[in-house]
Design a protein around this ligand. Sequence first.
Ligand SMILES: Cc1cc2nc3c(=O)[nH]c(=O)nc-3n(C[C@H](O)[C@H](O)[C@H](O)COP(=O)(O)O)c2cc1C
Length: 170
Amino acid sequence: MNREIKLAEDDLIVSKTDLKGTITYCNRTFMRISGYSSPELLGQPHNIVRHPDTPRGMFKLLWDTIQQGREYHGFVKNMNRDNDIYWCFCTVMPNYTATQELHGYFSVQRQARPEALDSMKEIYRQMITIEQRNNSAGAPAASLQWLTEYLADRQVEYDPFIIHLQKGEQ
Ligand SMILES: Cc1cc2nc3c(=O)[nH]c(=O)nc-3n(C[C@H](O)[C@H](O)[C@H](O)COP(=O)(O)O)c2cc1C
C-alpha cells in the first residue's frame, strides 16, 4: 500500500508546461511534495507524477478543455518519486504571452476537500472499470461518456459539480 501525503491548507503546487505538457517551471512545493529536484522535473512530461487511479478520461477532459482556451478544474491522484500518493484539486489554464500568443499551460494544485474525495474516488473507480472493459484507444472517450451521463442524470454540468464538491456547502 502506498503512503498518502496530505497537502497542508496553504500548500500550493505550481507548474507550467509547454503546449505538449513538458514541464517548464516548478515551484518549491511541487519539488517538496513530488520528491524531485527542479533539474529532474524540468524538461519532463507532466505525467512524471501520474498515478493509474486517475482515469484516462479525466486527462482527455483536461486537454480538450485547455486546448479550447478554457480553464480546467478537477481532482487528481498523483504519485511521487517514492511511490507515495497525494490527492489535489487542480486548476489548469492556458498561459499566454504579452502578445496574446498561447505558449503553454499553467497549473495550481491545492489540498482536496476530504469529503469531495469520497465522491470522486467512487466516480474514478467506475470510470477505470469502464476503461478496462474498452479497447485501449476508445477507453478515455468511453469513461468520459459515462461521466457525462452520470452528471446529466443529476442535471448538473461538470464545472459547477466539481467546484461545489471542492468548496462544500455554502
Ligand atoms: C499544466 C499541466 C499540469 C498537469 N498536471 C498533471 C498532474 O499533476 N498529474 C498528472 O497525472 N497529469 C498532469 N497533467 C496531464 C499530463 O500532461 C498527462 O496528460 C497525464 O498525466 C496523462 O499522461 P499519459 O497519457 O501519458 O498517461 C498536466 C498537464 C498540464 C498541461
